[in-house]
Design a protein around this ligand. Structure first.
Ligand code: PMP
Length: 351
């Protein structure tokens, strides 16, 4: 067999479709409908491409300094990687292991967590979310566990927890790592947990440039946590690939994180469009969660999720659906531009 035993058992994560051509309205992977910060684009225009001859800075210091400045932490508290998927993957390898008690995460959450566990042979247990898809942190208390991973806002439900919930977990398990995946936090009504990483040494917050900063194609994500957590992550990274963030991406990401005005503008626009889409969907009778992210999680009152997804697809609108029992009738629809939303709503009205 031309495979390791491990490789023959893997069930990989399946990313959302990236259509190759044709005119589609792409609302399936929670990308930002607006371009990256003009300041980060200007960095590419004036970039000295002879720098690409050299390896990147293995610690991406200039980028980490900029992130530290904007996040109000020190650069020793920042780790960067090739998208937050890579940061999460390294964090699973760094903080959890196979022989110990399980890592806990919700049964309805980002499906990559299970994939990391299978890759690294980590025990895990899924804790059922409530019928309304909310997470109750009390379900995570009093358990034998080796860590907790929560996406906040959660994906694909778009629902947030207040930070007091995370304080409860961080205090209940001071010697276990609690990972908070804040891929969508910039669209939330609640603040990021980053400020609390100074108080809780066991909490690692993971963020991305892919959503709120329109740099999904650049592949850059980061983690913030105590210096001890960050140096452990760095050690694992250096056993895998010293240069995970390329020079061009690091340059764009740095300019992007420092461009606070443009960031605020894009977030405001997306939140405004979200409010409009939510009210249109409510008017059409859809069942919705309380979206705190750059997507909504919505179910048609009578049609199956598959039927609605196919009907949209026929009209050139791509949305995401997960074929797992509790959520198969829900669609995860990314917030696009105002025009995307007009087209989407027009089609939904015909169903
Ligand atoms: N976490 C969550 C909850 C996500 O939905 C995604 C996007 N698929 C990621 C992390 C990864 O994002 P990226 O690797 O683009 O930073």
């Amino acid at each position: 067999m031309l495979k390791s035993k491990l490789a023959s058992k893997l069930v990989p994560y399946v990313p959302g479709e990236q259509p190759k051509g044709g005119k589609v309205i792409k609302l399936n992977t929670n990308e930002n409908p607006y371009p990256p910060s003009p300041k980060s684009v200007a960095e590419v225009s004036s970039f000295d491409f002879s720098r690409m001859r050299l390896y990147p800075d293995p610690t991406a210091e200039a980028l980490r300094e900029a992130i530290a400045e904007v996040e109000g932490v020190r650069k020793e508290n920042v780790f960067v990687g090739n998208g937050s998927d890579e940061v999460l993957s390294l964090a699973f390898a760094a903080f959890f292991d196979g022989e110990s008690a399980p890592v806990l995460f919700p049964d309805v959450t980002y499906s990559f967590y299970k994939v990391f566990c299978s890759l690294y042979k980590i025990n895990y247990a899924e804790i059922a979310v409530k019928d309304d898809f909310t997470v109750d942190v009390e379900d995570y208390i009093g358990k034998d566990l080796s860590g907790i991973v929560l996406a906040n806002p959660n994906a694909p439900t778009a629902i947030s927890l207040e930070d007091s919930a995370f304080c409860r977990l961080a205090e209940a398990y001071p010697d276990k790592v609690i990972i908070i995946d804040e891929a969508y936090v910039d669209f939330s009504k609640y603040p990021s947990f980053v400020s609390l990483t100074k108080k809780y040494e066991n909490v690692l917050v993971v963020k991305t440039f892919s959503k709120s900063r329109s740099l999904a194609g650049g592949r850059c994500g980061y983690a913030i946590g105590s210096a001890e957590l960050i140096s452990t992550l760095r050690a694992v990274k250096d056993c895998f690939n010293s240069y995970t963030v390329n020079t061009l991406t690091a340059t764009m990401a740095r300019a992007s994180v420092l461009d606070v005005d443009y960031f605020d503008l894009c977030i405001e626009k997306i939140k405004r469009t979200r409010a409009r889409l939510v009210s249109e969907l409510n008017a059409l009778g859809y069942i919705l969660t309380d979206s705190d992210a750059n997507f909504v999680f919505a179910k048609h009152p009578t049609m199956s999720g598959k039927e609605v997804q196919n009907a949209l697809r026929e009209k050139g609108v791509i949305v995401r659906r997960f074929d797992s029992p509790r959520i198969a009738d829900y669609l995860r629809i990314t917030i696009g531009t105002e025009e995307d939303t007009d087209s989407l709503v027009e089609i939904l009205k015909t169903l």
